[in-house]
Write a protein that binds this ligand. Structure first.
Ligand code: ATP
Ligand code: MG
Length: 232
């Protein structure tokens, strides 16, 4: 379980002080799928980076399975548990650096059987194993990144705008893949997006951020209704 406890974040940028997050609290159980939605600048990526321990909250803390991650000594632990699909996921080329698909996947593991199992679930052809990652389509690159992360057996996957720049068909396929992974491995999925269709399709408990505040949460349709009202 990951608990977000009274988290606030101020950015002091020259003379201006941006209150990016204001007293956010909620928790996510192991195996849950949740979506965090909100318009541009509402604080989504800031919250995600705090959950990852990349950013320090100004106030509050993140507790992972009972342990505060904001204590330095736990950073290494956190790296093992939380695997990130950063916003640079929008630019998968920045996350791929091996000469073949196979080397890319097995960079952090040597479990070929598990690799094959994941490729089946993610619907990624084994014919591509000797290809250069850079020759893949953008949908395939995302799947490859996902396999490379999953082979490290993360308990929690955090995704920031991970479907941006995918065409509608690969988008639907990618979301189905996430749901498959969640069902098969009980992986917690934390999906940050401002795409209403994606969030509706994922159908997890949804949290709406507005101007750094958590203004409502719950059933995806109710929250999207509120989001629509806010952005009319
Ligand atoms: N490093 C930083 N320094 C100063 N201000 C920042 C920094 N990072 C974020 N902010 C500000 O904090 C607020 C929240 O930004 P954040 O990136 O978390 O929003 P977001 O909801 O992810 O937006 P988007 O949908 O555009 O990705 C914004 O006002 C942003 O300008
Ligand atoms: Mg963002």
């Amino acid at each position: 379980m990951i608990e977000i406890k009274s988290v606030s974040k101020n950015f002091i940028d020259g003379k201006s002080n941006v209150n990016a997050l204001d007293d956010i609290s909620f928790s996510v159980k192991q195996g849950e799928i949740i979506s965090i939605i909100g318009k541009t600048g509402s604080g989504k990526s800031t919250l995600l980076n705090i959950m990852l321990g990349i950013l320090k909250p100004t106030k509050g803390e993140i507790i992972l399975d009972g342990i505060s991650i904001n204590r330095k000594s736990k950073k290494k632990n956190l790296r093992k548990i939380t695997k990130i699909l950063l916003s640079s996921f929008q630019y998968p080329d920045h996350q791929l650096f091996n000469s073949t698909v196979k080397n890319e996947i097995l960079y952090n593991s040597n479990d070929e059987n598990y690799m094959k199992e994941l490729m089946k679930i993610i619907n990624f052809s084994q014919d591509l194993l000797d290809e250069s990652p850079f020759n893949l389509s953008s949908g395939q690159k995302r799947k490859l990144i996902l396999i490379s992360l999953l082979i490290q057996k993360p308990k929690i996957l955090l995704l920031d705008e991970s479907t941006a720049f995918l065409d509608p068909k690969s988008r639907v396929e990618f979301l189905k893949t996430l749901i498959n992974i969640n069902e098969k491995y009980n992986t917690t999925i934390i999906f940050v997006s401002h795409n209403i269709e994606d969030v509706r399709r994922l159908n997890g408990k949804t949290y709406l951020l507005d101007d750094g505040k958590l203004i409502c949460s719950g059933n995806v349709n109710n929250v999207l209704l509120k989001y629509g009202e806010k952005n009319e």
